[in-house]
Design a protein around this ligand. Structure first.
Ligand code: ADP
Length: 576
């Protein structure tokens, strides 16, 4: 196509179609990226002169003008750039303008790009319709009127610019909105995180936390409620707060709640709360009312352990008090008892003194006539032997014998009686020495009985009262020599053994022995297993032994069986 410029009415050149030049000049292009404020205009024409002519007309618009010498080239450029408008020559060899336009419309990024067909004025109307049906927005007929072309192109340039501006503005708006949205999202996330963290406090708290309406039902509660009271979450939500409170505490709890609401200030109090297992727990409450929201913020702490400890202490205190009272009573009783005993002791001491006096009088006053009887009996037997007949002598012997026995009895009783109340003072005693003295004192009796007493010396020292121990040893040795079968020579052995810090002294004989069932009895006063002339005695000897040894802090016992002799023992503290 050849475009000739013709003078226009305002004197500017006009584009006219010229025959195609055999050698096409290189297409000049200004890349869109080079001038960002300009838009691209594509001119497609197979005739370089036409392109030059068209460029000359629209150059004044100061946009990027890109030229294409064929439909194919135009399509290639459309792949790279966006265009405000395409000036498309209809009559081109190869792919003509309509075919090019059809392909342009098929592409997504160029389906709305305005196309102005440049065609000869002679072109038929059918031709025009075809162009419009292919999406042409306008037709420019050659010869081109520069003003018209410039105006039309200018409109599309402006349109694209405005569109791009709007795009930019909307992009900016979008960016602003996006930024705002991000900021709001960030804030919301932060709020959510904070809330989540706060919720963690709520959930993890070992205290029971809850929010309840003024109506008395929970709106929110943490899991500690379930743990402490044993109810499920659902049960707690549908139970009225007052129904959770122990019946005995319900009235005061309700009063407290009303007080808190009336004062519009937090309240602190205690109450028992029912548990699912039928028991109850003691709770320490903090209740804060919020009038505007009509909400109660509840904090409850399980203080059952502390309460029970307090109650136990209270109970213990009461018990202690009770015991103290009992103790006081017992003390008074004890005091009374002590006083009674003291009085009894005093009375006893008095009666002991009286007894002492009585003993004295008995020993002196009673024994004197006895000794007279003995003496005169002996005189009768010795000096009036020839005067008295046989029965007379017999009676005189009986008088002497009976008075002697009675004297012995009185003496034994006096010794025994004294042991009952005399305080026995003990000191280290040489047993060897004491035994020698004892044997000397009963030498005559031993001689009469032809008895043989052996002492395994040396014996240790013991803590004892010398007189009493002498009496004890004398009685035991004397018994050992006395209770032997007739015709048997009495043999007594005294030996010892050490048991810890005590001395066990054995007095063993070869006598008649004692049946086991009588071992305890023979230590009682007047207890005698054998009597008569064979074994004379008073039955007080062993009673003196027992009482005397016990009053010195010792023990006494016997091992014996009939026919095998007896082994009496006494146990006394070692004085070494
Ligand atoms: P008494 O010697 O005056 O009879 P005791 O009190 O000394 O009284 O003894 C009580 C009784 O214990 C004696 O009568 C005797 O039956 C029995 N008895 C005491 N010592 C012996 C002994 N060594 N062997 C056998 N029997 C004894």
């Amino acid at each position: 196509m050849k475009v000739n410029l013709e003078p226009t009415m305002n004197g500017k050149p006009r584009l006219r179609k010229a025959p195609a030049s055999p050698v096409a000049p290189p297409v000049t292009q200004t890349p869109a990226a080079a001038s960002p404020h300009r838009v691209n205009i594509l001119m497609v024409d197979d005739t370089p002169e036409n392109l030059i002519a068209l460029e000359a007309v629209i150059a004044v618009l100061e946009q990027n003008i890109i030229q294409a010498r064929s439909g194919e080239e135009a399509l290639r450029l459309l792949l790279k750039h966006d265009f405000a408008v395409i000036l498309l020559d209809v009559n081109m060899p190869g792919m003509n303008g309509f075919e090019t336009a059809s392909l342009i419309r098929q592409r997504k990024n160029s389906e709305h790009t305005p196309i102005i067909f440049v065609t000869a004025i002679s072109t038929t109307e059918t031709h025009m319709y075809k162009g419009y049906s292919l999406g042409a927005v306008d037709y420019i007929f050659t010869p081109v009127m520069p003003d018209v072309l410039r105006t039309k192109v200018g409109v599309f340039v402006e349109l694209l610019k405005k569109t791009e501006e709007m795009k930019q503005q909307s992009e900016q708006l979008r960016l602003i909105e996006e930024k705002e949205h991000r900021r709001m999202l960030g804030e919301a996330t932060e709020r959510l995180e904070l809330q989540t963290k706060r919720n963690r406090f709520f959930t993890l708290s070992i205290d029971m936390l809850a929010i309840a309406g003024f109506g008395g039902f929970f709106k929110q509660l943490n899991p500690t409620w379930q743990k402490v009271l044993g109810f499920s979450e659902e049960e707690l939500y549908r139970t009225h707060l007052l129904d959770l409170v122990h019946t005995d505490d319900r009235e005061s709890f309700q009063k407290q709640l009303l007080g808190v609401r009336a004062a519009n200030a937090p309240g602190y109090f205690e109450s028992r709360c029912n548990c699912r297992d039928g028991g109850y727990r003691w709770l320490d409450w903090t209740v804060a009312p919020f009038q505007e929201e009509e909400l109660l913020y509840l904090f409850a702490r399980d203080v059952t352990g502390r309460k029970r400890a307090e109650q136990e202490i209270k109970q213990l205190n009461e018990d202690l008090h009770q015991r103290a009272l009992l103790l006081q009573t017992a003390n008074s009783e004890l005091q009374a008892e002590i006083q009674t005993r003291q009085r009894a002791e005093e009375a006893l001491q008095e009666s002991n003194a009286a007894l002492e006096a009585f003993s004295y009088s008995v020993s002196h006053d009673l024994r004197a006539p006895l000794r007279a009887m003995q003496g005169f009996g002996k005189v009768l037997l010795e000096d009036y032997q020839t005067v008295l007949d046989e029965p007379g002598r017999e009676y005189a012997m009986r008088i002497v014998s009976a008075s002697t026995r009675m004297d012995q009895l009185i003496q034994d009783l006096l010794i025994f009686g004294r042991l009952g109340h005399t305080k026995l003072e003990t000191k280290p005693i040489e047993l060897d020495d004491l035994l020698r003295e004892v044997l000397d004192s009963i030498a005559e009796e031993l001689h009469e009985r032809n008895a043989k007493v052996t002492v395994n010396t040396p014996l240790p020292m013991v803590m004892a009262n010398k007189v009493t121990l002498g009496q004890v040893l004398m009685n035991l040795i004397s018994n050992g020599c006395k209770f032997v079968a007739s015709g048997v020579i009495p043999k007594v052995l005294v030996r010892h053994e050490l048991i810890g810090d005590r001395v066990k002294l054995w007095i063993e004989d070869n006598g008649i022995g004692i049946p086991a069932e009588h071992h305890a009895r023979i230590f009682g006063v007047f207890e005698r297993l054998h009597g008569g002339d064979d074994y004379p005695g008073t039955g007080i000897g062993l009673a003196i032994v027992k009482k005397g040894i016990e009053r010195m802090g010792g023990e006494v016992g016997v091992q014996s069986e009939p026919g095998n002799g007896s082994r009496f023992w006494i146990l006394l503290p070692n004085a070494a």
